[in-house]
Design a protein around this ligand. Sequence first.
Ligand code: FAD
Length: 398
Amino acid sequence: MESVVVVGGGLAGVRAVEALRGKGFQGGLTLVSAERHRPYDRPPLSKAVLAGERDDTTVDADWDALGARLLLGERATALRPAPGGGGTVATTAGDLRFDGLVIATGAAPITLPGGGPQRVLRTVDDARALRARLAEGTRVVIVGAGWIGAEVATTAARKGCAVTVVEAADTPLANAVGPEVGALTAPWYAEAGVELRTGVKVAAIEADGLALADGGRIAADEVVVGVGVRPSLDWLEGSGVLVQGGIVTDAAFRATVGADDLRSDIVAVGDCAAWWSHRYGRRLLVEHWDTALNAPEVAAATLLGQEAAYDPVPYFWSEQFGRMVQYAGHHPAAERLVRRGDPAEAKWAVCWLSGDRLEAVLTVNRPRDLMQARRVIAAGTPVDPEAVADPDIPIKDA
Ligand code: FAD
């Protein structure tokens, strides 16, 4: 393999470059990214950057040592895979031929209908622009009580804004962790002085705020929309790359091109990839930092012809209303939920179980529980459900 093109300069893109060089790849390496900035970390954007405690989150990569060509502020517009391997990526900087391709174009926020101004939070420019608007008394209305909505509400409230969060579901985080666990986080909003309005559907964003589906209105100086993201894959239209929600890959991140041509020279990673998990027997599209950090190691190995598979216990965290919330596992198929500690207290956790197997855990200010549970989930060993419910007993195998 003589030349690799990486499309997308987020965490997954830079980690792919580092992994390829780390595994001894000495050929030409080009990274194309639509943003003008060098790859940077996104999690601090809704936390320290929004709070004004940090301004720069650039990933600490030694680009000279990596010997990669950076095409920043340039966009891939089309992919033409060659039938026998390799191909061409059309970009705003011209055509790039490749022997190997890493697709790491991530995801972009979903916006809502209506002609009024709405902000999203995905890029460092978004974060800096929103930060400048968070002043004492500003009426900030956030649509979506998901991870990003809760984090923005936290900072906006701390800055003295009058914050309202509007959520279509009956509880915060309903999509992510289910309504029962999501409901446990609802009191955090009122405690922080944030008005949480659940079961409210937004019809449109208008010049001075929100028009609601029931005919009501909410006035706002700033509207921030945090209702989820969609993989950035428009540029692949007509390429033959199979997309179902995200780019369909196997556990080695090989993309499918055409009817069923699994291509070892075209891999997809990060927020744009729906990869096959042997552990869960299904495809996962995990839009979280840990995957963007670690999956490129496997994708790089695949490109270089090495056997590799990605099969982690998914992990993510969120910092909201002064709490560290962490999650590990995959709970949709779990049979029941066990509380570990009192959710009215500062530190607690919930565990999802099937029989005596721990499927997933969500911890609030209990990082040790998270680490222990993640180990047990990964090992798949049985636990004692009664011990799991006791916050004074470490989470371990039965
Ligand atoms: P991205 O970071 O989206 O990078 C993709 C890059 O590709 C972008 O720069 C994009 O401009 C570029 N691109 C797109 N299309 C093209 C094209 N056609 N041509 C060229 N370039 C293109 N995760 C957690 O686990 N915990 C957290 O606390 C957390 N907080 C977050 C806070 C915020 C505000 C955001 C936005 C995300 C957060 N995440 C968090 C999620 C995590 O940051 C993402 O999962 C991770 O950034 C995904 O990395 P990626 O490289 O796959 O995609």
